[in-house]
Design a protein around this ligand. Sequence first.
Ligand SMILES: O=C(O)CCC(=O)C(=O)O
Ligand SMILES: [Fe+2]
Length: 528
Amino acid sequence: ELFTAIAEVEYLLETHKRIIDDLDFYIDNEEKRLTTLKRHLNLYKREHERAMKDIPNYLGNPINAFTLIKRLTTDLDNIEDSIKIGTEFIKNVTMNHPDVKYPALEDLTGAAQALTRLQETYHLDIKELAEGKLNGVVYSTPMTASDCYELGRVLYKESDFVNARTWMFEALRKYEEEKQPYPFTDVDILEYISFTYYLLGDTKSALEWTQKLLKVDPKHSRAVGNIPHYQKSITEEETKLRKARRGETGLEQRDVEPAELTGYEKERKSYEALCRGDMDIPIEISSRLTCRYMTENDPFLKIAPIKVEMMYLDPAVVLFHDVLSDAEIETIKDMSRPRFKRAVVHDPKTGELVPANYRISKSAWLRDTESETIARISRRVKHMTGLSMDTAEELQVVNYGIGGHYEPHYDFARKQENAFTKFGGNRIATVLFYMSDVAQGGATVFTELGLSVFPVKGAAAFWLNLHASGEGDFATRHAACPVLQGSKWVCNKWLHQGGQELLKPCNLEYQEEGIVRKIPRPVPKTSR
Ligand SMILES: O=C(O)CCC(=O)C(=O)O
Ligand SMILES: [Fe+2]
């Protein structure tokens, strides 16, 4: 599961270097070996030519007779040995070194699915992606026909036929352009294209692409076999359609109405738009947002005020600036790297903690007692929030993976979950520190509010998850957008209800679960 944290993908560069060294060694020795073999071959050829010119005279010479026999006995043994050595050298290349990490097939699948997720969330153009561009900026070497083909194959295996086919089109284009020898050919690509068409119910295109395949390889037996099958289903479909038009099916013909978006689809759309930064909060809110220096909560802040940027009003979401130093960030990263575990989620069916595709990251928990740095950060959270830290959870450190994200969720536990009894109540507040800038993507977005918060290294976002009545505030639903470019590090402190009674008195507002205040609708960005 290396793909679930970029910090772990970094280990793979060591493995990469090992393979470079192994291949260097192998090719070096192979070249020497082939030089020897060629020398032998040339000698054989030269002597053979001489012999054929005048056989009796050549063999009449005892030295020639001797060397001929030698070439066919001991020399031949040497040649055989030298060929065998080649297979010894290759062992070095194919061997797994125990001291470096190797990615597994699930990492390849994870990375492929990440590309699809990014492409869909950020509306990336596959052609651009294949050229190594992210939103117009070149970040990587262009992909080869083989890169596109393997990506298509992985997605095919995962039954993502639409994206598999799109990548196969790219593979075909590049294959024709590159004219390189690969372990696959255009026929293999064409077969994937036509079969994905078939699987997606477009038999006509499947037939068309199979015919293209047969132009390249007329004897391809699977393709030859598929043609009559495709033709038959096309005829059947057409007959069905004709009957339907004549009303013979007994079914009434009705205009198909566009389906209403489900709640999930609506949230998905707003989530993706927010990730792209395509939405603005409405002017009636943004015009009332201010920045200030905070000096209350603790006498210490009189000497070192905290810069506060308001991001939203009701519920209040604020960003504290410059609340983690670079040195603190490095300490936190160093402490957590060796303890990273894949982030898990509660399976609502079984109640168990399980890894899930909708949360791709690795995390570690750090205790105040382990280091002065961690204890100091807890004290700072107390100053920032004015809340008690007595019932807070440990500091959670998170590094996101390839295309890493965390889909919309609440930080508080729903009534039926009963998850936080040991902390003396529900998660009253979240403090989310950003430990890195993120070049592209990776925003924290509030799907109900229409608010996108883009990571700023050293800053921390803060909001209350509960109403004053103690009920969960459904307006706080939020998500971590997929990371498009960069490594996103965050750490967070979850504060609980226990111990806040005098600091945050209750009231009876929003007493019933499910009540959401009226939130002004976010608006599409106008500056585009
Ligand atoms: O990383 C982020 O931006 C948000 C993370 C988050 O919401 C969480 O871990 O609960
Ligand atoms: Fe969260």
